[in-house]
Design a protein around this ligand. Sequence first.
Ligand SMILES: O=C(COP(=O)(O)O)NO
Ligand SMILES: [Ca+2]
Ligand code: NA
Ligand SMILES: [Zn+2]
Length: 304
Amino acid sequence: PLVSGKVLFEKANEYNFAIGAFNFNNMEFLKAILDAAEEEQAPVFIQTTESAIKYAGIEYLAGMVHAVKDKYSIPFALHLDHGKHVETILLAIRHGYTSVMIDYSDKSYEENLKVTKYVVSICAALGISVEAELGKLVSVEDEVVSREEVLVDPEQAKEFVDRTGIDALAPAIGTAHGAFKFKGEPKLDFERLKKVKELTGIALVLHGASGVYEEYVEKINKYGGDIKGAKGVPDEELKKAVELGINKVNTDTDLRLAFISKLRELMALEKKVIDPRKFLKPAMEEVKNIVKKRIRLYGSQGKA
Ligand SMILES: O=C(COP(=O)(O)O)NO
Ligand SMILES: [Ca+2]
Ligand code: NA
Ligand SMILES: [Zn+2]
């Protein structure tokens, strides 16, 4: 059933595992994610960004979720990912979202604090969980920016959590969105993550966490794509981040790579097909497979 993100954050934080937060913007991805989670008996966050809402319309996205919510035995939250505008937060609440992220990490600390407090005051009354972010999601290649400038400051995180009352915090520790996370070797600031957990004790969220697996990158390049140099967070690093206190792992790029690699392959090989379902169904299966793999990596299988 559809539940508040609060119960998911609390359980993952208490039992020290992570819950997958998988992005969707259409029926195929939504069905693949929920079917995978049901088969793994794992709780999940299903989440939409503001651009997903622009693409499909919130009525379609929220409507599909509410239509199927009682078909699944696992608890799952419908989460607004990277809510950059309070208006979007309010729209999501009106459409039955059960968790929201207010992302003011690109604004001043004071601005982030003020708006986050306001969102918490609304959501707390409604039993809706609130996630916020501190620091910037940019891959920290030393020559580009100094780590201090962009990564989360653990002391500041402590004050931010105490003054806002958020349910979960996304601390920037060196990851970045998309398929090109690192130029050199992947580098997550585990010391910083450890300090944030010790000081705040709350549920933590890792953004830009996709693994960007070689098999999908190669397949995309083989069948007409060109994403050479794509690199993500290695499984071992991800596991270490979960051990150090990450409780929600945002996963978007891995699902895209799985879907597109299968789509490109079939588009290249099946020259007589004109029924989209002949391509979309196998592509959905690929998404389901990668979601199951990531659920197991996060340690949340069987934790429904
Ligand atoms: O942080 C993410 C997704 O990150 P990836 O691009 O690594 O899947 N969504 O909010
Ligand atoms: Ca951000
Ligand atoms: Na989020
Ligand atoms: Zn993100």
